[in-house]
Design a protein around this ligand. Structure first.
Ligand SMILES: Cc1cc2nc3c(=O)[nH]c(=O)nc-3n(C[C@H](O)[C@H](O)[C@H](O)COP(=O)(O)OP(=O)(O)OC[C@H]3O[C@@H](n4cnc5c(N)ncnc54)[C@H](O)[C@@H]3O)c2cc1C
Length: 506
């Protein structure tokens, strides 16, 4: 394709300088783009979505072979599903984990979201532990980059300034929020699942729940072999989009906070062959040059991102530009986001190679295999984390974990078991980025550590419920809490003290 033709279609020419002399590219078919809060806001869903025929097709009913009967069926092998499967299997449950791709870790690996958000609170206390901690501790040396334990909570200006450039200091406080090697995390997630004796089923896409009244009895999945049914005592939906729950009569929430990025979609990418220390020095020491560079990038591309550090100096992480206004559960929109994200990735490569210190030899190492969906649907749960809770420091009696808050002005956030239990369904739990919360609280409850946290709790609850022959909603919450503590999770002192009076001192 000629460069003229590429530009006409919204694609920057490859490996050429001054590629956008004519101004920012307009993406073909995405013509209703406006600039708001640094996000590319798409307001023309009708343009991306072609009209669909009105007719329908009546699929004949058919008998399905049963693939397995299991104690716990976990659907979706992202951070939440991986933790759920491991936690349940460690309690002796027979666990089947179904994942549509060829790896575990979901967005934290396949989505290249390799910046693991805060697991220490603003005082430096390590509050997201359990399987989250085990994963980070077991990653090989060199696969995790972050501050040492003794620096968590540190307010020393120089230390905080150093880590602020490297994903691990906010509001002048150093936090435990490292970057990781996605391939190492894939390997370890798989290793831990196999060690726990989980039956792992990759390349299998769950399509529908098996329902009897309000009770979920299993799920149907599609694979190269066709359609199969799985029966389970308890099902855990960790698809990130509540795919199974969405195909029941249960209600879901999908309102968004338009002023926040929590609803944006885009496909992340890695540029390699870079010298990030050189880039960081430029950002730090040449503020004028830096702002000129960013202005130039914005002029050429409209939506222009700064790179994040990764686990290596020669690899830069880009988790944007963020695209708003698309639905993460509409296949036309998902396709449009992939096209636009790729155009923007190649556009970034051109601009950085041309003018960014440390990027002269950059190349596009990888566009994420998984699209970066921050939000689609959230459960209507028995309980819900809301913005009001942030101010109160409320500790739920059914707490299954504690999340860090958005800023030091808020206390830690207690996460209730009820946020994993769909109000209108039995035998199913939801964990990960679709737990029950309002749009504001979703901004942090969707983060990877919080997904490990809710996943582990769901796994424990499911295994105990399956073992006791009861429904997860009827579970004795103290039994779940006791087991979570035994598995190394952190609970607020007010809750943990019931099991171990010494923990009240923490
Ligand atoms: C661009 C971007 C930047 C982000 N930045 C950060 C950050 O800096 N730090 C941070 O901690 N978090 C960040 N997040 C949030 C975080 O990555 C996700 O919210 C988190 O990974 C969600 O975990 P999960 O297990 O709930 O879902 P996912 O990670 O989405 O995993 C769901 C898994 O289920 C599988 N699946 C889905 N549907 C089916 C099905 N029907 N059948 C079978 N398998 C299925 C998927 O393939 C996937 O593996 C970011 C997210 C995005 C998109």
């Amino acid at each position: 394709m000629s460069d003229d033709k590429r530009a006409e279609d919204g694609w920057p020419p490859l490996y050429k300088s001054e590629i956008f002399r004519e101004g920012p590219p307009t993406a073909a078919g995405l013509n209703a783009v406006s600039v708001e809060q640094g996000l590319e806001v798409f307001s023309g869903a009708a343009t991306a979505r072609r009209a669909r025929p009105k007719r329908t097709y009546l699929e004949p009913a058919r008998e399905l072979p049963v693939f397995a009967e299991t104690d716990v069926l976990v659907v979706g092998g992202g951070p939440a599903g991986t933790a759920a499967a491991i936690a349940a299997a460690r309690l002796g449950a027979d666990v089947l984990l179904v994942e549509r791709y060829n790896h575990l870790g979901g967005l934290s690996t396949g989505g290249l979201v390799i910046w693991i958000d805060r697991m220490s609170d603003w005082t430096g206390r390590h509050i997201i532990r359990g399987i989250a901690n085990e994963l980070l501790e077991r990653l090989p040396t060199g696969a995790v980059q972050g501050p040492k334990r003794s620096d968590w909570g540190c307010k020393d200006a120089a230390t905080a300034a150093y880590w602020a450039q490297r994903t691990a200091a906010f509001h002048g406080i150093v936090t435990w929020s490292p970057t990781v090697d996605p391939e190492a995390l894939k390997t370890l997630s798989m290793q831990m699942v196999v060690e726990a004796k989980v039956r792992l089923l990759l390349h299998a896409w769950a399509t529908a729940p098996i329902l009897e009244g309000n009770a979920v009895k299993g799920a149907i999945f599609e694979s190269k072999e066709g359609r199969h049914a799985v029966f389970a005592k308890v099902v855990i939906d960790t698809t990130g989009d509540a795919d199974l729950i969405a195909r029941t009569h249960a209600s879901l929430e999908s309102d968004i906070d338009e002023g926040d990025i929590h609803h944006c979609i885009n496909t992340a990418f890695l540029l390699a062959g870079v010298d990030m220390e050189r880039w960081l020095a430029f950002r730090r020491d040449e503020p004028e040059g830096f702002s000129q560079f960013m202005a130039q990038g914005r002029k050429k591309l409209s939506f222009f991102e700064k790179p994040f550090v990764s686990w290596r100096n020669d690899i830069a992480l880009f988790m944007g530009p963020r695209l708003a206004g698309y639905s993460a559960v509409n296949v036309d929109d998902l396709s449009a986001v992939e096209v636009r994200s790729r155009q923007l990735a190649v556009g970034h490569l051109e601009i950085y190679r041309t003018a960014a210190p440390g990027f002269a030899n950059a190349f596009l190492m990888l566009g994420a295999p998984q699209i970066g969906v921050r939000h689609s649907r959230r459960l209507n749960g028995l309980r819900k984390v809301t913005r009001q809770q942030w101010d109160t420091g409320k500790v739920w009696s059914d707490e299954i974990g504690v999340s860090t808050s958005l800023s030091p002005k808020f206390p830690n956030i207690s996460v209730p078991y009820g946020a994993l239990v769909p109000a209108e369904l039995d035998n199913i739990l939801g964990a990960g980025r679709h737990v029950a919360c309002d749009a504001n609280s979703h901004t942090f409850l969707r983060e990877i550590p919080q997904c490990w946290l809710t996943g582990q709790a769901a796994g424990v609850a499911a295994a105990l419920a399956a073992g006791a022959g009861t429904s997860p909603r009827a579970m004795d919450v103290q039994a779940i809490q006791r087991e979570l503590l035994r598995q190394g999770a952190y609970l607020s002192p007010a809750v943990a003290t019931a099991f171990n009076p010494a923990s009240a001192a923490e």
